[in-house]
Design a protein around this ligand. Sequence first.
Ligand SMILES: C[S@@+](CC[C@H](N)C(=O)[O-])C[C@H]1O[C@@H](n2cnc3c(N)ncnc32)[C@H](O)[C@@H]1O
Length: 642
Amino acid sequence: MEKITLNHPNSQSIDLIAQHISQLSQLFPEVIKEGKVDFEALQDLLGNYIDTPEERFQLNWAGKVQARREAQKRSAGTLRPCPEESVDWDTTDNLYIEGDNLEVLKLLQKSYYKKVRMIYIDPPYNTGNEFVYKDDYSDNLTNYLELSGQDSSLGTNTESDGRYHSNWLNMMYPRLKLARNLLTDDGAIFISIDDNELANLRKVCDEVFGEENFRNILLTRRRIKSLNSQFADKGLQTMNVGFEYILVYSKSVAFTMNALRMKKNFVPDKGRWDVFWSNADRPTMRYDILGFTPESGQWRNSKEKADIAVANYQEYNNNYSDKISLEEYWEKTGIDDFIRRIPNGVGKNGGVQHWIAPSDTSLRTSNWTDIEVSQIAKEIDLPFENPKSKQLMTELLQITDNNVIVLDFFSGSATTAHAVIQLNAEDGGNRKFILVQLPEATPEDSEARKAGYKTIAEIGKERIRRAGKKIVEELKAKQAKDGALFAEEQKKLDIGFKVFKLDSSNINTWDSSPSNLEGALYNSVQNIKSDRTEHDLLYEILLKYGIDLVQPINEHVLAGKKVYEIGAGALIVCMADHVKPEVAEAIAQLWKEVKPTAIDEPSKAAINCRVVFKDNGFDDNNDKTNVLQILKQHGIDNVVTI
Ligand SMILES: C[S@@+](CC[C@H](N)C(=O)[O-])C[C@H]1O[C@@H](n2cnc3c(N)ncnc32)[C@H](O)[C@@H]1O
C-alpha cells in the first residue's frame, strides 16, 4: 500500500513542468533526453530560426523570469470546506474560495483543467492608490497565512516605488499563466483595466495567450466624478478619463461569440427598403421571392404599387403595430393581395427590394459606452467602493453559452456571482460560478467596517446571499402574476455556493529543526494535523486527485466505519481508526453496487477506483496487508494511505 506523504506527487498540486515536458515529448520525442530538454535539438527541429535574445520582440521587466517560475511551482496548501458560511451546501454547483488567488489557481489546476469557459477578472489597476498583493516566492503560503491574519491593509504599490510596473506585472503574469490552463479550448478571458496598465497588459497577454488570440478591446464608460475636475486630477494636466477597457483573449480559434444587440441611443429608424435583387436577372426567381406572378413581368412598371405597400406598412407600424397584428390590419383595411407582400416590393429602378423593419437596437460593436462600468447594486445595499456594474457583467456573460463555468479570481463584492444568478433566473440558464477573493481587511474607518464587515470576502459572501434571496423573491412575484407554479423554477435556480478557505495542507510537514524535535517526532506519527476534520481531508484528496469540488459525496457506514464514496466509486475514502478486513470486503461490495460495470471488467477497476485510508488507521501491519489483499482480489489495487 503506497503511503502519500507531503512530498509525494499526489499530495501536491499538478506538476506543470512535468506536464510541459511530457507534452513536448509527445510532439518532438527526439528533444527529450533522460527527462531533460535538449535545446539544440529543438533548435534544429525549428529550422534554427531563433532570434538572438537582444533583438527578440518581447516585453521584459525586472523579476519576469522568477515570476514565470512561480507559476510552475506547486502549492502545498489546501482548500478547507466551510459549510457553515455556505448556502445550499449539498446541492449547489457554485464555489466561493477565500484566499490568495495565486495559491488557489495552483490548487484548482487538476480539478478544473480545461473546464472553465469564461474567466472575467477585475484586478487592481495599479493606480498607485489601491493595494497590490505582494507574493513572497520563498514561501507564498506562509506569507499569505501571516498576512491574512492581520487587521491592517496589506500595502499599496506606489509610483515612487522604483519597480512600480514590474511589481504589478510580477503579480499578474503567473496568475494569467495559471488561469489559461483552466480555460476550455473554446473559452476566453475578459480583463478589466484602465489607462495605467493597458499597454503592459496587452503585451503580457499577447505572450501568455498568443497574439493571434487577441479578440477585442471593449470600451466602457467611466463616470466622471466631478464636472469641474477637468485637468484637476494630476499635477501634469490630462483630460478627465472617461473610459475603461476590457481586454478579450481567447484560448484558441475555437472560441465563438454570440452576437449581442444594444439599444440604439439615437433616434430609431423608420424602416427602409433595401435592394437585394437587381432587375437584370431571371424573372422566375423574382416570382419566387415575391410569392406571386406579376401581370407584366416588368418590375419597374409596378413601382407605384410598391410605394403603396411601403406607405401602408409604415402606416401600420406608426399607428397600429402595438394594437393589432399585421393580419388583422390587412383584414381591416381590405388591401389587395399584392400590397400585402410587405417584406418584398419593387424599387425605384425596378430592382427587387425587401423591407427592413424599424428597429431600436443595433449589433453591439466593441464600443460599450452605453454601459456605465461601475455601479453599486442598489438593491443589495452593501458598502463597497467601485464594484463593476451588474449590467456590464450580465452583458458580458451573454457572449458565451448559458451553461458554462465562469471564474472570477479578483471577485471583490461578487458582482460576477450576482450577475450569473440574475441571468440564470432571466433566461433559464445553468451558468455556474467560481469566485476567489482575498480576505483583505476593510479599512478601519470605512463604512464597510462600521457595518460589521471585517474583510472584503465577508462583503462578497453576504452579497451573494442577499442577491439570491432577492432574485428568488422577484421570481416568485413574477410567477404568481403569471399564474405559474413557483416550485419548478426555484428548483432549477441555483442561488447557493460552497465556501472554501485556503490553508496549509492537512498533512504535516517533517520539521527537522532541532528546536522542535519532540513536536516533529509526534507529527511524523500523527501525520494528519490534529485540528483538521475528516471533511478537510476529503476535499484535499479530491483536489489532489483532480475531482471537482462540487461532486456529491455519499456517506456510508460499512462494517461500523464511515466511508465516503465520490463520482460513482471513482474515489472511496475511509479515514477511520481500527480498520479491519471486513471494511475492505464491504468497500469492494459498495464499489460493485455503484459501478456494476466494474464486475464485468475487473481489469478496469484499477484505473477506475481509488481507495484511500489513513496511514495510522490500522491497528497493525497484519490488518493493513489483509485489507490490501482483499481489495486486490476484487480488482481494486489502487489503494493508498495518507
Ligand atoms: C477591483 S476589485 C474587484 C471588484 C469586483 N469586480 C466587483 O465588482 O466588486 C479587485 C479585488 O481583488 C482582490 N485581490 C487583490 N489581490 C488579490 C489576490 N492576490 N487574491 C485574491 N484577491 C485579490 C482585492 O481584495 C479586491 O477586492
